[in-house]
Ligand binder design. Structure first.
Ligand code: ADP
Length: 189
């Protein structure tokens, strides 16, 4: 039975770093929907041109497409456990994911919310824009992504809270402290 752990947090929260550390700790695969889209573009996968029209501007890619990519990854992977970030990002994707997991008799074990204030996120990403020059990061795209985050992804997080699967962690602590908090919560849950 495949197991899923989900990591949520706004842009700049460090959710990707935390997902990687937890995946390493558990020997699970790390899945990042945004990372998959960027890899597809780097490898010139045929569909990637269509997809990058959206994400390069900071817009969400169509649900059907991202779902197809993500679900196919899980169905073909030999891994038994996944730490995923970036998906599901809205309620439609959440419902599709719940149905998908259910249909396979798989299991969502836990969800973590790395909490960072909007102001701190903006500061962190503005610094990242100067250093990394990620293709989809400029002020305009950042604003769109944060808007989508608060209006579409926060309701998804609230659903995990209702399912009693959510743990919130303070994302303004050090990387090590946040990681130990997540690991010890997971190990004791
Ligand atoms: P961030 O969370 O910092 O915006 P990500 O790496 O998670 O960065 O995502 C980069 C881009 O990939 C998003 O702006 C969006 O266009 C696209 N994307 C990633 N995941 C999804 C998803 N689940 N649904 C729709 N689009 C997505």
């Amino acid at each position: 039975m495949k197991k899923f752990i989900l990591i949520f947090g706004p842009q700049g929260s460090g959710k990707s770093t935390q997902a990687k550390l937890l995946a390493e700790h558990l020997g699970y695969a790390h899945v990042s929907s945004g990372g998959m889209l960027r890899d597809m573009k780097d490898k010139n996968v045929p569909l990637s041109e269509e997809l990058s029209k959206y994400w390069l501007k900071g817009e969400l890619v169509p649900d059907e497409l991202i779902q197809r990519i993500i679900f196919q990854t899980f169905e073909t992977s030999k891994d038994e456990g996944f730490v995923m970030e970036g998906f599901p990002r809205n309620l439609l994707q959440l419902n599709a994911f719940l149905d998908f997991v259910h249909a396979h008799d798989w299991m969502i074990v836990r969800a973590y919310y790395v909490m960072v204030s909007e102001e701190e996120c903006l500061n962190r990403i503005r610094k990242r824009i100067e250093i990394e020059h990620r293709e989809d990061e400029d002020e305009d795209s950042l604003k769109k992504r944060l808007y989508d985050y608060y209006s579409k992804t926060v309701p998804v997080i609230e659903e995990f809270e209702k399912m009693s699967l959510l743990t919130r962690v303070d994302g303004e602590d050090t990387v090590e402290n946040i990681s130990s908090e997540i690991k010890s919560d997971y190990d004791t849950n």
